[in-house]
Design a protein around this ligand. Structure first.
Ligand SMILES: C[S@@+](CC[C@H](N)C(=O)[O-])C[C@H]1O[C@@H](n2cnc3c(N)ncnc32)[C@H](O)[C@@H]1O
Ligand code: SF4
Length: 453
């Protein structure tokens, strides 16, 4: 069997993160707005009959300063009036869905997620108006989950109180790394003491569910800085930790070029992940999927244990919310039959919605074949195993025979007739394993994706 370091070199290629199947660059066949609204209408009626609520995602693009590594759709500004106007436009977009697609009213909502950019860039009163108006259009299911991405540098106690009073039960904190050298280099200085004080304040206001986002592969990160960062992270005991692989795509994010000279090599980057992973497992966390860890008592860890995890644009979830309605600039929606993305340019988004139209930019009709492949790839990403059923899946399995043998001989999967199981070693290469079963990728160059390792 090949040495681990050799494997990292062999599998260090560009590839998708599979938050959708097919991934965005392969989307074709965008539906018309009429077809899209009809589909949302049918899907939400079905959800109502099945007594699961819809999911709503709202994208708030604003940030006060640019973190140089950032790959999110953001808009840097100090003009808070812009965000006041933005909230009104997002609510107008919601109203279009309510009046044109929601048959039964109020519909049930099972999950609300505010992402960004920085949702707490909004003034507390705008945040309150946004959330209270959204929720007044729905009735909440008993297991309703409301989560928000918060930048500890830009979130005040008033923001926390507003969120808590509106039923928010999960905060995801952007932490990234605690080393001062790294923080300066990435233009995001937030000392540990500030983050600790923030976590204590959030817990004081009543937040129990706290996630941390960390990244490996940032410039100037070393095994020593990762060890120190994780000691600090673990001392605060967040329930979930996302430990993301730094996605370096300077052709799309020019500010990332500033980091290039100080980035770790692929093998160093992988060592940083292995170290962080070992420290988390030592501290009692369990690995629940690609880049994600949780305390065993956490609901996501329990879902992983019961093999009932899901994955969508927001990452791993324990609820399958279809339709998932994305509001705001660049937001992505998902129905049973389609994916749809909103206009990515802020000015254009504002203009189109203000003129009374849905800001749809691109979409994809999920074909039968896509559904079958999605089933394989999501099975591997959420359960680390898949049994191939049906003609199409079996054909994909047969056509991947040579690469499957390669994965088996590298010790990344075991294969029993028509099923594959990812080994512990293989978990680090899960994106590469998924890629073997992705016929669309085999036909393309995959250059638009970040590296898998
Ligand atoms: C959508 S961002 C919003 C978070 C919030 N604005 C903040 O900074 O705290 C969510 C997370 O994505 C991760 N992220 C952003 N850019 C990334 C990149 N290039 N590679 C990997 N992860 C990235 C960061 O961990 C970040 O906290
Ligand atoms: S990481 Fe968060 S705060 Fe930094 S630029 Fe990206 S979205 Fe804005």
């Amino acid at each position: 069997m090949m040495q681990k370091s050799g494997l990292f070199e062999k599998y260090d290629v560009a590839g998708p993160r599979y938050t959708s199947y097919p991934p965005v660059p392969f989307w074709r066949d965008m539906p018309t707005p009429e077809v899209w609204l009809k589909n949302i209408s049918e899907d939400s009626a079905l959800s109502e009959r099945e007594r699961v609520g819809v999911g709503v995602y709202v994208h708030i693009p604003f940030c006060e300063s640019l973190c140089f590594y950032c790959g999110c759709n953001n808009f840097i500004t100090h003009d808070r009036d812009k965000s006041t106007e933005y909230v009104s436009v997002v609510l107008k977009e919601l109203e279009m869905y309510r009046s044109q697609a929601f048959r039964r009213q109020p519909l049930s909502i099972q999950c609300l997620h505010l992402g960004g950019g920085t949702p707490t860039y909004l003034k507390p009163e705008d945040l309150d108006r946004l959330v209270s108006t959204i929720l007044s259009n729905f009735k909440m299911t008993p297991d309703f989950e409301f989560s928000v991405e918060v930048d500890p540098r830009r979130t005040t106690i008033d923001h926390l109180k507003v969120l808590r009073s509106r039923g928010c039960n999960r905060l995801s904190l952007g932490v990234q790394d605690f080393a001062e050298t790294v923080q300066k280099k990435i233009n995001r200085v937030q000392p540990f003491n500030d983050v600790r004080a923030f976590v204590e304040a959030a817990r004081g206001v009543g937040f129990v569910e706290i996630n941390f986002d960390l990244i490996y592969g940032l410039p100037l990160q070393t095994e020593e800085t990762v060890r120190d960062t994780f000691e600090k992270v673990v001392s605060l005991r967040p329930g979930r930790i996302a430990f993301y692989s730094y996605a370096h795509v300077p052709s799309m994010r020019p500010a990332q070029a500033k980091l290039e000279a100080d980035l770790p090599s692929s093998s160093e980057k992988r060592k940083l992940f292995e170290l962080g992973r070992a420290l988390l497992l030592d501290a009692g966390y369990v690995e629940i999927g690609m880049d994600h860890f949780a305390l065993p008592t956490d609901t996501l860890a329990k879902s992983a244990d019961q093999k009932s995890l899901h994955r969508n644009f927001m990452g791993y979830t324990n609820q399958k919310n279809i339709p998932l309605i994305g509001l705001g600039v660049s937001a992505i929606s998902e129905s049973r039959e389609f994916y749809m993305q909103n206009e990515k340019d802020l000015a254009k988004y504002m203009q189109v919605v203000s003129a009374g139209h849905l800001p749809l930019m691109r979409g994809h009709q999920i074909s039968r074949a896509d559904h079958e492949i999605k089933d394989i790839i999501l099975g591997l990403l959420t359960k680390y195993e898949h049994t191939f059923v049906g003609d199409l899946q079996l054909k994909i399995f047969d056509e991947s025979d040579r690469q499957i043998k390669d994965l088996v001989s590298d010790g990344l999967i075991t294969c029993d007739k028509k099923s594959v199981v990812v080994t512990t070693l293989g978990r680090a290469f899960i994106r590469n394993i998924c890629m073997v079963f992705d016929p669309k990728l085999k036909e393309s160059q995959a250059t638009q994706f970040s590296k898998t390792v």
